[in-house]
Design a protein around this ligand. Structure first.
Ligand code: NAD
Length: 496
């Protein structure tokens, strides 16, 4: 089987990179068969994509918002029609299970639907008669002249999106549908690790009739990102990915004067109270830690058990987890797929070693699970009696490793959660409203779940990470998305 060259999509046309530079070779993570090659230093293509977006901007910004969203209505139906096709690409190049792939595409479609509400989201505000002017023609005796004021939301220009491998269809849909609905034009730089799903989803937008240049896609690695994030014709940069890359891109792009939002890495904690519904907590922790093979910024990878909760949670999760079928994503009954690549597998195996070296108790060893031998598989792994400072507790592993900690009280558990440098999400399982309320009041994370394992915000809400999980002001999605992709203009009016 030969690899496909991932082509750029500029002005609605495929452009294969001349291929003089470096490329990344991607394989099927479940079998090692070649899939695609992504050019990594396609800087000229990045320039061409920005130029296409810059040229398309004036006409697109002048297109009435009601007309702009018509393309998104058509696109939504195309995404629904092609959901199985897109899911098959995601399963093949990312390794997710088919159910996970279809679910993530559905969450992406939600974002397209929300962007269709742009006419309401972009509405300005007016305050008539903010003052009475008595200067120039009319005196106070003549009643003066009323002054009105209004504020409008306007597009920024060319916006850029840089996206991670773990949701190759969904995360781009957090960005460009809202950006273009607001009147901007867009350049998407998807992950170099699974480029074909994002490419196919972008082709469908052109099948919906989107004018050339409004949405462009360029592949690449760090050199392309650097070019896009500092390009003089780019106004805003939306990034989703690791904290290491996101923090650097935030610095670089803000220094170049761009508006920037960076949704970054995570180490999410779930508190399990002794009064929790046991079945719900076991289900919730298992799904949160091992869903998407732990490759999720909302993965609950640390369980903080209060009182004697660990005595039933750990055996319960271990028993449930042993039944998970680890296989290629489209195998019948598969509940957990492989990791994205050999490097990711190596990293997870290294953290299992770190856990042992640091003195954690290995309850379930994912190295010994049953899975196909060819791919990048590691089975679900559980460490108990983890303590602060252990590397399996401190670092984002981004794989199927659950670290269990034990605390005596809710206060101690909240303090343990708040030690983390990350603040993406936190969860509590409890039957006490008092405990849930105390948790919500004191825990330092931007997305909270109460008896919900993965509190992923729906499209109308912001993806609201805190601390090292986010750099910027306005988050992705919800009204924040519309505000991020627009600037305000105040008009003060006096008619003599
Ligand atoms: P990554 O940071 O390696 O890559 C993300 C994007 O940044 C890619 O397009 C990549 O090409 C680019 N990139 C990587 N290194 C770069 C560098 N040095 N300079 C410039 N650009 C660079 O992330 P990943 O491995 O693709 O995705 C996993 C990470 O994404 C995890 O940390 C996960 O928590 C995070 N993530 C966060 C969210 C969120 O909303 N907070 C959502 C999904 C994933």
């Amino acid at each position: 089987m030969t690899a496909t060259n991932a082509s750029h999509l500029i002005r609605g046309e495929h452009k294969v990179d001349p291929g003089s530079g470096e490329a990344r070779r991607n394989v099927d993570p479940a079998s090692g068969a070649p899939i695609s090659e992504t050019p990594l230093d396609a800087v000229l293509a990045a320039d061409a994509a920005v130029e296409a977006a810059r040229e398309a901007f004036p006409a697109w910004a002048a297109t009435p918002v009601g007309d702009r969203v018509q393309y998104l209505f058509k696109y939504k139906t195309l995404l629904e029609k092609h959901a199985d096709e897109l899911a098959a690409i995601v399963v093949r190049e990312h390794g997710k299970t088919k159910g996970e792939a279809l679910g993530s595409i559905r969450r992406g479609i939600d974002c397209v639907e929300f962007a269709c509400a742009a006419p309401a989201l972009l509405m300005g505000r007016t305050l008539p008669q903010i003052a009475v002017s008595t200067s120039f023609c009319r005196t106070e005796d003549q009643g003066g002249v009323g002054i009105d004021s209004s504020v409008d939301r306007l597009p920024l220009g060319v916006c850029v999106g840089i996206t991670p491998f773990n949701f190759p269809v969904m995360v781009p849909l957090w960005m460009w549908p809202m950006a273009i609905a607001c009147g901007n034009t867009f350049v998407l730089k998807p992950s170099e690790k699974d480029p074909l799903a994002a490419l196919r989803a972008t082709e469908l937008a052109h099948d919906a009739g989107l004018p050339p240049g409004v949405l462009n896609l360029v592949h690449g690695g760090a050199p392309v990102v650097q070019r896009l994030a500092t390009h003089e014709d780019v106004e805003a940069v939306s990034f989703v990915g690791s904290t290491r890359a996101g923090e650097a891109i935030y610095r670089m792009a803000t220094e170049a004067g761009k508006r920037v939002q960076c949704m970054c890495g995570a180490k999410n904690h779930s508190i399990i109270m002794p009064d929790a519904n046991r079945e719900a907590a076991i289900d919730g922790i298992t799904g949160s830690a091992f869903g998407n093979t732990g490759q999720r910024c909302l993965a609950g990878s640390v369980a903080v058990c209060v009182g004697d909760a660990a005595d039933w949670l750990v055996p319960g999760v271990a028993e449930k987890t042993k039944k998970l079928k680890v296989d290629r994503g489209d195998a019948p009954g598969c509940s957990m797929g492989p990791l994205i690549d050999a490097e990711a597998k190596q990293r997870v195996l290294q953290y299992i070693e770190y856990g042992l070296e640091d003195g954690a108790e290995l309850v379930l060893d994912g190295r010994k699970a049953q899975f196909p031998k060819e791919g990048h598989f590691v089975g679900p792994t559980i460490f108990d009696r983890c303590r602060p400072g252990m590397r399996v507790v401190e670092d984002e592993i981004f794989g199927p490793v659950l670290s269990v900690m034990r605390e005596e009280t809710l206060d101690a558990a909240v303090a343990t959660v708040n030690r983390s440098k990350y603040g993406n999400m936190a969860v509590i399982f409890t039957s006490s409203g008092h405990s849930a309320r105390k948790f919500a009041a004191h825990v330092q994370a931007g997305m909270l779940g109460v008896n919900v394992g993965v509190p992923a915000p729906m499209a109308a809400f912001p993806f609201a990470g805190w601390k090292k999980s986010f750099f910027g002001d306005l988050h992705a999605n919800g009204e924040d998305g519309a505000r991020f992709f627009t600037k305000q203009r105040v008009v003060v009016t006096r008619w003599l």
